[in-house]
Design a protein around this ligand. Structure first.
Ligand SMILES: Nc1ncnc2c1ncn2[C@@H]1O[C@H](COP(=O)(O)OP(=O)(O)OP(=O)(O)O)[C@@H](O)[C@H]1O
Ligand SMILES: [Mg+2]
Length: 504
């Protein structure tokens, strides 16, 4: 066997009552893509933060190129050749591309404090070219680029220090399919040059496409040994991750649909991102919405909820005319939105339970003055436990939760709001396979009680598995209305790309 590039031995880490890592070991060989899988809160990001020097382990040892090392700060790991692309990107929006790539590492004139901008530009350009961004304007402010490009810029940054190991923590959770393909191409190219990757994901198909070996974590422990990806079955991985086999991924309940129309949207336009949008959703129905990023789906959802102004169109909600004005008003009327942007849906400094009950302004207040905290806590636990939010106490701040568990809080918050119409924009992004099934069961519960659900998703199997009807958005309008019975991924793709004819 090849000598390992990295060995982490018996790493242990506690956060108060949470034993986040229990004597975990991991080794990485040169030029491999090592998949790190596991449920939300399993400890994946924690182990990677320890490796990247942004967290200290309580005990355990790290060997790099055969020698024992200790990183006290991120810069140490970075200098040694370990680059990390965090789950929540860490670049600085108001700096330009070049400054971000070379952050903390700008070339100077000799020993002086003066930056050699000419060298800086040359160096930035050469690493950006390695990730396919040779034509990017290095002086443009980072905040003006989309997530896909920013992800690639993060990787370029790790390359500026000749990284031998790059950690990617759920790199594709916010990327489009084509951006994902670009990223995969770049990973393959760097791998050829001997760079190793640790790749964290909740998407199993990515593990099989990209992984050479795989390690699974559950509850802070390594489950089984590291395995070669080619000798591993999907069902084995799922059982290791979740602790039980999953046989039904989409437990959709198909009820006879009521005639009652909850929402009807006619000729809805905002004059910018979408135009002439028409659709209806009935009580008890899940209306799936497919479309690429930029097709207008997110803008339609957010405008309906009252986050932005529309220009024209007629909206009828529960039989009466409805003018979206502001989110609090929509919520009061029973329209809830799960935003795509997880961070904006969560107040990280507030306790978990208060985040969950936040959107329900009536149930937890007595005489408009006193908060019924005990009831809030009970209700929060009800939704939280169904989605298995991993937290020692719901009184703790939401900020301590793992990425996927934060998303579960946002979903619980929406469910707690007792709406009639639920608009969900990519609800299962970043959450593990087991919890996805629980989200689907909760959607069943909603439709059983005659609520309507608009499910916007980039995952086609999810749309086909959970919708009653699917509409496809393209170029800011609804391009197709598909019957789910005969719907295939190919058919949706065809309409997304503009090749299909309307099946209505
Ligand atoms: N700063 C912190 N304070 C307290 N607890 C923490 C802190 N950071 C992480 N934890 C806890 O440690 C556990 C592991 O979290 P971690 O972020 O490593 O999970 P993960 O495997 O990356 O999950 P996900 O797939 O959701 O990103 C979780 O229970 C989390 O709540
Ligand atoms: Mg994580």
């Amino acid at each position: 066997m090849v000598a390992p590039l990295l060995e982490m031995k018996d790493i242990d880490k506690r956060f108060g009552a949470t034993h986040a890592l229990e004597k975990v070991s991991l080794d990485i060989v040169p030029g491999e893509v090592h998949m790190l899988l596991g449920e939300n809160g399993a400890g994946k990001s924690t182990l990677m933060k320890i490796l990247a020097g942004s967290l200290r382990a309580d005990s355990g040892k790290i060997y790099w190129n055969g020698g024992e090392i200790e990183f006290n700060r991120p810069q140490d790991a970075f200098n040694a050749g370990i680059g990390m692309v965090y789950q929540e990107l860490a670049l600085i929006d108001h700096l330009n591309v070049m400054e971000n790539v070379l952050l903390g590492n700008l070339p100077r004139y000799g020993n002086s404090a003066f930056v050699n901008w000419k060298d800086a530009e040359k160096k930035a350009r050469s690493v950006l070219a390695e990730v396919g961004l040779e034509n990017i304007d290095v002086r443009r402010r980072l905040g003006t680029f989309n997530l896909g490009i920013r992800q690639l810029i993060e990787i370029a940054k790790t390359l500026s220090r000749n990284a031998k190991l790059i950690i990617l923590d759920e790199p594709t959770s916010a990327l489009t399919n084509s951006e994902t393909e670009t990223l995969f191409g770049i990973i393959r190219g760097l791998k050829e040059k001997g760079v190793s990757f640790i790749f964290i994901t909740h998407k199993l198909d990515e593990a099989f496409t990209m992984g050479d070996r795989v390690t699974v974590f559950r509850d802070g422990k390594k489950i089984g040994g590291t395995k070669s990806m080619s000798e591993t079955l999907e069902s084995e991985l799922i059982t290791s991750m979740v602790g039980r086999p999953i046989t039904e991924f989409y437990p959709k309940e198909r009820n006879a649909l009521a005639d009652e129309i909850v929402l009807s949207v006619e000729n809805f336009s905002d004059g910018k991102y979408f135009h002439d949008v028409n659709f209806t959703v009935r009580a008890g129905e899940v209306l799936g919405v497919a479309g690429l990023v930029g097709s207008g789906t997110t803008e339609i959802a957010e405008t309906l909820y009252g986050l932005y102004r529309h220009k024209s169109g007629k909206i009828t909600y529960m039989g009466s005319a409805f003018e979206p004005s502001k989110p609090s008003e929509s919520l009061r009327k029973g329209i809830g939105l799960l935003t795509k942007n997880r961070k904006s849906g969560l107040l990280l400094h507030l306790p978990i339970y208060q985040n969950i009950t936040l959107s329900n302004p009536v149930d937890f207040v007595k005489w408009k003055i006193f908060r019924k905290k005990r009831e809030e806590l009970e209700k929060a636990k009800y939704y939280g436990s169904q989605l298995r939010i991993a937290a020692p106490s719901y009184r703790l701040k939401s900020g301590i939760l793992s990425g996927g568990n934060q998303q579960k809080v946002v979903i619980s918050k929406l469910l707690c709001a007792k709406c009639k119409l639920f608009i969900m924009d990519d609800p299962t992004r970043g959450i593990d396979i087991g919890a996805k099934v629980e989200v689907y069961k909760l959607i069943n519960e909603l439709t059983r009680s005659k609520c309507a659900v608009i499910l916007i998703s980039s995952e086609m199997p999810e749309l086909i598995g959970m919708s009653d009807r699917i509409i496809v958005a393209r170029d800011g309008t609804i391009a197709a209305n598909l019957d789910v019975e005969n719907c295939t991924q190919e058919l949706i793709m065809k309409h997304i790309a503009g090749g299909g004819k309307n099946e209505r």
